[in-house]
Each structure stands twice: as C-alpha cells, then as structure tokens.
Ligand binder design. Sequence first.
Ligand code: FES
Length: 147
Amino acid sequence: MTRMTVNGQPVHYRMDPRTPLLWALRDASNLTGTKYGCGIGMCGACTVNLDGRAVRSCQISIADAEGAFITTIEALSRSRDHPVQQAWIEKMVPQCGYCQSGVIMAVAALIDGNANPSDDEIDEAVTNICRCGTYPRMREAIRLAAR
Ligand code: FES
C-alpha cells in the first residue's frame, strides 16, 4: 500500500508501487483533469504539483511519491479563482484544451515561487507542448497572472 495526500485527502493506493502517479490519479482517484500525452516526460500534459513543485506524473512512480502532498488541477482553486486560471480565462488561452491543465499547473508552481518571472525563467519552467500552438496567448496570460 502506498500512502500520500492528494488534494488535501489522505490516499492509500493498493497498486503495484511502480505504477506511474499519473495512472493512480486518473484510474484509482478518478482525477481525470491530469492528462496522458506522451508517457515519456516530454509533453507536460500530466503535470501536477508535488510538494510545491511541478512534476510530470507519468515519470514518477507512486513509490517515489510516498508521503508526498499532491495537488492536481481539480484542487488548484475552489472555483477557478487562482490567478493563473483567471488569466487563462481572460486571455482565452485554450484551443482544444487537452494540454492546458498541465500548463496551468506548471505556471502556477512557477508563479507561486517567483511572482515576477523573467522570459528566460518562464522558458525554463514551462516546457509543455501545445499542439494547437497557443504559446503566444500562454505568454500573455503568464504575464497577466504574474502582475
Ligand atoms: Fe507525461 Fe507527456 S504524458 S510528459
């Protein structure tokens, strides 16, 4: 059994400890806002917050997350009132939307640790891939959220 705290709730996963955190969240906890894109740590669709930092949940086993505090997009805010979510709405960032929960989780972790990130810091922290090419609107929204 693997224990951790997910969105403020204690969770025990009775799964193979090598199971990627992504699948525990989606399949056992029904937190399907966290998406599967590539499964190899490249796209960022699976990004969640683990102990205050953005991580790609397809690359972390539940054993490696034992005892951690995990936040998914479902618990980023109570009613979409996190500054990053508000900026995303105002700038109408998403197109298809599939990758956006992962992007928002990456940006939220960045802003939480650095209220006014430089372009280089944004480029380093937000490496998520968006097949719709919403990058210019993402950049505008990050600037708005960081104000
Ligand atoms: Fe995890 Fe693409 S699904 S990085």
